[in-house]
Each structure stands twice: as structure tokens, then as C-alpha cells.
Design a protein around this ligand. Structure first.
Ligand code: HEM
Length: 152
């Protein structure tokens, strides 16, 4: 019980940092950078944020996998078609999409970032933020057995 409490608390704390940070970036920092046409507004924020944001995402994945194993058991549970298993499968898809966007941004977009191509990075930021909000909705639905995202 104590481990469950600890891992769930770390998972919620990680969600606050990951989704909260991206909401600030997408709704406050990015619009200002676009208005002023200054890519450095975003890169300065990202440089400061990634020190806490990336460890938070790593904590999300580690605690999430542990919580999912606790909820679903072995492989047959993870591959089942019931609503809680569907939510976990959705979370794994969201994770794959988040990692793909992050790798693309890091390797292809950020090295070529200039004031005039900032909207390309902006699209990535909006994408990762939207995925983060969907992660949160999916996580909260697990308390309701997967409802309202999936029904038996
Ligand atoms: C950025 C990524 C993620 C975010 C923002 C996130 C967010 C959340 C939130 C807000 C909850 C609700 C906690 C509560 O009921 O109080 C939750 C629960 C949960 N999440 Fe995540 N999550 C993320 C990644 C993952 C991953 C990768 C997995 C595993 C595949 C996962 C598995 C779970 C499970 C199993 C629960 C239910 C815990 C329980 O009530 O026992 N999460 N998540």
C-alpha cells in the first residue's frame, strides 16, 4: 500500500510538471515568441525547463508502467479488450507519439531553429501539450474503470 501511494504520488507530481510546464510554454511563452518573432524566447524557456521536464517524463513512464502492471497484471491483461486495458493501450500510443515528436524536434527542428521558422517548433509544442492533456484525461478515467473514454 505504501509503495502504491508513493508511486501514484510521484505519477501525479510528474503529471503536474510535464503538463503544467507545457501549458505555460504553449499558452504564454510561445505566443510571445511568435509575436516578437524571437526564437530565443522559446529556447531560453526550454533550456531551463528541460532539466526538470525530462526527468518528470521519465518518472511518468517508470511509475506508469508499475501502476499499469499493478492494475492489469501480466501480458494477457495488457492486451485485453476491457476498458481499463484500452486506457493503458491508449496511454502507450500517446507515449509513442510524444517521444516521436520530441525526437523529431530535438534532431531536426531545434538544430535549424531560426526566428522565421519558429512556427514549425510551435506546432510541435502544441502537439506535445495536447498529448499531455489527453494523458491526464486518460489517467483520470482509470478511476472510473476507463469511463467515459471507453465503455464495456
Ligand atoms: C506524461 C505522461 C502521463 C501523464 C500526464 C499521466 C497522468 C495521469 C493522471 C493525472 C492520472 C490520475 C491519477 C489519479 O487517479 O489520481 C494517471 C493515472 C494512471 N496512469 Fe498516467 N500519466 C502519464 C503516463 C502514463 C504511462 C506511460 C502509463 C503506463 C502505460 C500510465 C499509467 C497510469 C495508470 C495505470 C494510472 C492509474 C493509477 C491508479 O489509480 O492506480 N500513465 N496518470
Amino acid at each position: 500500500m505504501a509503495t502504491y501511494f508513493l508511486f501514484l504520488s510521484l505519477h501525479v507530481l510528474g503529471a503536474c510538471i510535464w503538463v503544467g510546464g507545457h501549458l505555460v510554454l504553449a499558452t504564454r511563452i510561445l505566443p510571445r515568441a511568435l509575436r516578437e518573432r524571437r526564437a530565443s524566447v522559446v529556447s531560453d524557456f526550454e533550456q531551463a525547463y528541460e532539466r526538470i521536464g525530462l526527468p518528470a517524463l521519465a518518472v511518468q513512464v517508470a511509475t506508469g508502467l508499475w501502476l499499469a502492471h499493478r492494475a492489469l497484471g501480466g501480458w494477457s491483461g495488457w492486451l485485453a479488450a476491457n476498458p481499463p486495458a484500452r486506457v493503458i493501450q491508449l496511454k502507450l500510443l500517446l507515449l509513442a507519439a510524444t517521444v516521436a515528436l520530441a525526437i523529431h524536434a530535438k534532431l531536426r527542428v531545434i538544430p535549424r531553429l531560426r526566428d522565421d521558422n519558429l512556427p514549425v517548433l510551435g506546432a510541435h509544442i502544441v502537439g506535445v501539450t495536447t498529448l499531455g492533456v489527453l494523458f491526464t484525461l486518460a489517467g483520470a478515467s482509470l478511476r472510473f474503470g476507463g469511463y467515459p473514454l471507453f465503455t464495456p
